[in-house]
Design a protein around this ligand. Sequence first.
Ligand SMILES: [Zn+2]
Ligand SMILES: [Zn+2]
Length: 434
Amino acid sequence: MINLKNYQKEFEEALKYSQEYPFDLDCKDIIEKWYQNKKHFIDLFGGTPIIQSDEIVEFTLSTEDRSKYFNDFVNRIHNNGWAYYKYNNLSLKDFLWQSEAGFFDNKVTADPQMIGKIKIGDKLIKSLKYFFEDKKELRMCQDLASEYVQKNKIKGHIFFSVDPIDFLLASENNENWRSCHALDGEYRAGNLSYLLDETTVMVYLASADREHMRVIPSNYEAASKKVRLYIHIAENIMYYGKMYPFDLPHLRVYIKEVINQFYDKAGFSSRRNFLMPEQIGFNRIQLPNGDHATLDENCFFYWGDIVKSSDVIKQSEHALNYYDLIYSSTYRPYASFSQQGYYYTSGIVDKFTIHIGEDVPCALGCGNAVVSENTFICPTCREKMGAWHDYFDHCVDCGIRLFEDDTYYCSNAGLMFCESCYDPYYDEDDDDDY
Ligand SMILES: [Zn+2]
Ligand SMILES: [Zn+2]
């Protein structure tokens, strides 16, 4: 049995803490609307807002993402000044390029003529020792390499969730990734637009143990998501949102199977039986002269018909979420049709239509809607409370939120930085010039 009062209290505490609001919140409207619109999913999950897979699931990265991460790794080798360290006349950079094929298996595949004492098939991370004189630099480089190699295999339980805290913490984790839906991000209130609609479920991969995160009160723990996406389910179609921080194609297939099992158990099997995920969206076209052009928004195609995403993905007037499905220039959307939608629904628009993203009631409980994506308070209450700005500090350089223990204060300029933007140069004494 869902006790809405408990959900409300927990949600208010977490939201208040995350934004450092100096006043109490009233999120009764939010929790009631949540329950009303997500109840059909809670019922589908057997009376609970979160379902966790029994088994531990393991995925490997797509070839595309592997090559993206490999490039990223080599760039960091460059940035650290190690790219031209040499062994046997072979630069570290060339050694790595020649070993790209084995990189994620931690195996040397470089040219045997060039690599001296190192042998093909040796452990790549171990063999880095030939390129470094400084032990500390070697250790740093090996740590970096193993951080990247580990990304290839990702393991955990899969969670299907419509839980309010999970939605609030959509892009909060201890895994070193973020998105514009982070709680200091420009679309943070959009988490609640997804929380309050009738179609969105969050799916994530995480360990079964919950963890503390800095944005929630010290006695709270939550799932630290290694990979997260939203799915949006309508009568005839299920859309898959963009996966963060990287794409796991097999996860979509897994999701489709589990969702079908849920509907099967609930007796919907004849209507809700989703087919394999397909990439249906596109945002680039080829012009008659051979050039490519990027469109302002994604379009879908279906048996030769084309439809603009914004014509079928409907939203509420003040929905605050970022629509990856419509506007992302890097994500080409996937969807699964239901068997019924695929065979029996006529008209392309009927097959694709869905409502994603609801208006968000003010967290002070005044009844108005929030209209800016980066706050949880309506304009009237912002005025009344003087709450025009965040109550927490941001790095002046990159804008990321600053927590007390990692704020770097530059006393000369009176500015605050995060660890990666701070440069000791700012604090150097000018007295030497005199
Ligand atoms: Zn208000
Ligand atoms: Zn910064």
